[in-house]
Design a protein around this ligand. Sequence first.
Ligand code: SAM
Length: 260
Amino acid sequence: MTTTPQSDLGRFYDDFAEDYHLLYPDWDAALARQGAALDALIRDRLGAGPAEVLDCACGIGTQAIGLAALGHRVTGTDLSPVSAARAVAEAAARGLRLPTAAADMRELPFPDGRFDVVVCADNALPHLLMAEDVRAALGEMRRVLRPGGLMLLSTRPYDELRRDRPASTPPQTTESDGRRSVVFQLWQWHADGERYDLELFRLLPDATGQWQVAVRRSSYWALTRAELSAFAAEAGLTGADWVQPADTGFFQPVLIARAP
Ligand SMILES: C[S@@+](CC[C@H](N)C(=O)[O-])C[C@H]1O[C@@H](n2cnc3c(N)ncnc32)[C@H](O)[C@@H]1O
């Protein structure tokens, strides 16, 4: 049985899909940078050949497009059908093929052993708020990996964030199509010290220059690196190891584990 209701979350990201690139000062540069960092992790472990990659929380395609641009055969899935559809369009606009589907990572619509690599990047898994959901998602990632296949999963640096319990993120200002925008988050930590509710503020000026504010709400479970490694081991993934941004060039810590 699953316990994290995901319909609201799908709507959150459907609604956010059109603006999602505003999280980055330059989304195209982020595609290239993130793709290159993940590609290096894949090549180091699986060799030079292009890999069959599933990005099981592809969103609008930040990692999936970056990896496809480097020659990997990438499939994307995401809870948000609007985000998954935008990923296809963004890939096509760059001359790339990126098949996507709407799917919950707890129930992946693929046969066993179909992929060399499963990517789950930028804090997607911590949207699952209960242990049974995390187990289900990691179990599915393991199931669709071929023997020896690679899981790459990135989260915010939650060991540090759980200690410091920040109440907000710094404002991210972006200029896109001549319009400035500001994005930041407010965080409200739960009494358990592990989960928090976030409000994501996006400010955009209207035609008269007045700032228009959109607020979207969601929740996260701030799993520590040790906790996530233990969940990965429980799902049957082996050799769980965290690599840090200073060593990878990827903007978040990445959990690397293998299917047995
Ligand atoms: C912070 S976004 C990152 C998206 C993408 N990886 C990127 O960096 O552009 C988190 C993504 O996780 C997806 N997500 C959350 N829960 C999910 C689930 N249970 N199954 C599949 N996708 C999920 C959301 O729809 C959203 O697109």
